[in-house]
Ligand binder design. Structure first.
Ligand SMILES: [Zn+2]
Length: 180
């Protein structure tokens, strides 16, 4: 589904939780990029238009996105600095994050949309069964909101760590200025 907010709660949580191994901007933007397929789709099921919503083609798109994002790493670094989130990346991390971003999106969509084919060229969607747990839309929203809250809590703790580190650094700097 294009740009639906429900992806963002679980995604932000996943990205923040595994931030040591994941390139957060690459991971989160991968979720937006995959839905370009849906925007361009005409006529038949948008989730199967180019098969980006499958683990196989999704991995290819994720790798391409990770490589394409590599020249953007300094821009991402600036944005993350503004958000006060520590950011270290490299090409391998970006490619892995692109693939994981695509895959988590495909898996979530497969649970909620019967017409996604995550294991294409195999055409059945066994994950749709999970969607049939019959969560109401409100319950689904609730779960996504909880993920969002968890993500915000992690972000707050990142900000606290940042503030603490800055305090120590400032104190050290002040001490150095005094002695020199
Ligand atoms: Zn989608």
């Amino acid at each position: 589904m294009p740009f639906t907010p429900y992806h963002f709660g679980p995604n932000a949580f996943f990205a923040f939780f595994f931030r040591r191994w994941i390139d957060i901007p690459v991971f989160i933007l991968a979720n937006v990029i995959v839905d370009v397929e849906v925007l361009f789709a005409t006529g038949w099921s948008p989730h199967r238009y180019w098969h980006w919503h499958s683990l196989l083609i999704g991995a290819v798109i994720g790798i391409i996105w990770g490589l394409a994002a590599y020249p953007l790493r300094n821009l991402f670094k600036k944005i993350m600095k503004l958000l006060r989130i520590p950011y270290e990346t490299n090409m391998k991390k970006m490619v892995i994050s692109g693939v994981l971003g695509l895959w988590t999106h495909v898996i979530f969509d497969s649970i909620y949309h019967y017409d996604v084919q995550p294991f294409w060229p195999y055409t059945k969607n066994p994950l749709w069964k999970l969607g049939k747990l019959n969560l109401t839309q409100d319950q689904t929203k609730m779960i996504c909101t909880l993920f969002m809250v968890a993500a915000i809590l992690i972000y707050v703790s990142i900000l606290q760590t940042y503030a603490k580190k800055k305090k120590v650094q400032d104190a050290r700097q002040a001490a150095e200025n005094r002695t020199s």
